[in-house]
Write a protein that binds this ligand. Structure first.
Ligand SMILES: CC(C)(COP(=O)(O)OP(=O)(O)OC[C@H]1O[C@@H](n2cnc3c(N)ncnc32)[C@H](O)[C@@H]1OP(=O)(O)O)[C@@H](O)C(=O)NCCC(=O)NCCS
Length: 428
């Protein structure tokens, strides 16, 4: 590492950076590169990302050229005030285990803190132990487990979510929210396990690979709608006009801007749904389907009430099923929901969605008595939890401990009956 210079990335580093990613994530045949952010695999994609105003990027340069790269998106827009998400820590195989990765991580962390970062998120691999070692050494805490995070040539890889949250209570959480049972169980579990200790060697993660789907098989006629003839763009505008009204769920995609760029890649198909009642638009939802992973992510959602949001989700589930998606395992549906959307959280739990991540204090809103922070839960509808989970947790102890929290939360039958009972009493 002594021979390395650490500096901001330049546009003319793009080819070297894309090459680092290709080499690190390609299979032996070089034909199966399924890195979840395809834009990092091509020089134009790297340049486009680097040119964004909300992206920081650092490289490590040795005598032979660029040997390490790490970037981050950040947001200062409400409600994602001073929130950042680093991405793509990669070091050339010949330069590993010399402190380059840890130094790049520190460089980005310091740069983010200098921008006033309040929350820094980190999506971390489980098949390679280096990433989590670096993230934990930097003071990040585990906040979630993603059973089928990334498709890799060797199989589906589970991911861990970690976060660094500014310890100073500059903005208190909103008054204690009464969470539904699974969300509460997950929060308690994370709070009780702050010191997940990392030790041991990583094991093999061997989840089955989903069967890829050709993008043209998934493209809907132009839009799938509850009613109406809206385009994806029109649905996004509709959603924007609805934000701030009651009953909306706000996903993280505004922050994870590289997910936004990935939309342009062939492997992602977007669908929009609009709900109308008596001729008025009452809700909209845009989702992205990953033809390689089989995952559907809710990108934008807004509605005038929980029943509309859940009707929209039902439409996506129907769309997935009508496309024969049950053969594409593991079909998952992912969405992020504010912790104060208690009715929606409860309804999701009743429908079998599982909270897999708790992002503490992610949102910040201005209220009459000052700024208030709000947690965000990630919920996933996992089609085959019981059979797949045992494989996915054969990683290493820390991943197991975090995964266990999530899995026990979702498998606890007493919680399931509590949810049903709560739902019944709501209906009475
Ligand atoms: C992960 C990666 C970036 C680490 O880079 P690196 O330069 O080798 O990391 P460092 O030398 O700075 O090591 C930092 C710490 O991680 C530990 N570490 C690194 N690689 C490790 C490994 N394979 N197994 C166990 N520990 C490891 C080091 O021991 C060191 O801890 P220490 O300070 O207690 O000794 C590199 O291995 C890589 O590019 N992997 C492929 C892409 C990837 O997985 N990226 C991470 C995404 S989350």
């Amino acid at each position: 590492m002594n021979s390395c210079v650490f500096r901001p990335a330049r546009l003319d580093d793009a080819s070297a950076i894309a090459e680092l990613f290709r080499k690190s994530y390609a299979s032996a045949t070089d034909s199966d590169i399924a890195y979840p952010y395809p834009q990092l695999l091509s020089p134009p994609g790297v340049r486009a990302l680097m040119s964004r105003a909300n992206v920081l990027w650092r490289v490590a340069e040795g005598p032979q050229g660029v040997v390490g790269s790490f970037g981050s998106v950040f947001s200062c827009q409400p409600p994602f005030v001073n929130v950042a998400e680093p991405f793509g820590l990669v070091v050339d195989a010949r330069a590993r285990r010399q402190g380059v990765g840890a130094r790049l991580f520190q460089e980005i962390l310091e740069a983010l803190k200098a921008t006033g970062a309040r929350v820094i998120l980190s999506d971390t691999r489980t098949r390679e132990a280096g990433g989590i070692a670096i993230v934990r050494a930097a003071g990040f805490e585990p906040v979630g487990f993603v059973p089928w995070g990334h498709r890799t040539p060797g199989g589906m890889e589970a991911m861990l979510y970690c976060a660094w949250v500014l310890p100073k209570k500059d903005a208190p959480r909103r008054d204690e929210i009464v969470l539904p049972p699974r969300a509460l169980a997950l929060r308690r579990c994370f709070e009780a396990n702050r010191s997940f200790a990392f030790s041991g060697e990583p094991g093999l993660v061997s989840l089955p690979l989903p069967t890829p789907v050709e993008p043209h098989e998934m493209i809907p006629p132009s839009i799938i709608r509850v009613r109406g003839m809206e385009s994806v763009e029109a649905t996004v505008s509709l959603i924007q006009t609805m934000q701030g009204r009651s009953g909306f769920s706000q996903p993280l995609v505004h922050l994870i801007g590289i997910g936004g760029l990935a939309k342009a890649a062939d492997r992602f198909v977007e669908v929009a749904f609009v709900a109308t009642a008596r001729g008025n638009n009452v809700g909209g939802l845009v989702a992205s389907f990953d033809c390689l992973d089989g995952r559907i992510r809710v990108l934008e959602a807004a509605s005038l009430g929980t029943s509309v949001t859940t009707a929209l989700l039902s439409k996506i589930e129907e769309w997935r099923d009508s496309r024969g998606m049950s053969g594409v395992h593991p079909p998952t549906l992912v969405l992020d929901v504010r912790a104060d959307e208690v009715t929606l959280l409860t309804e999701l739990e009743r429908r079998g969605y599982i909270p897999t991540t708790l992002h503490p204090r992610l949102l910040m809103e201005t209220h009459a008595d000052g700024p208030k922070c709000i947690d965000v839960f990630r919920y996933e509808l996992l089609a085959s939890v019981p059979s797949a989970i045992p494989d996915s947790v054969r990683v290493w102890p820390e991943a197991c401990a975090i995964a266990k929290c999530v899995i026990e939360t979702c498998q606890d039958l007493s919680l399931a009956s509590t949810i049903d009972a709560a739902h019944e009493s709501d209906r009475e």
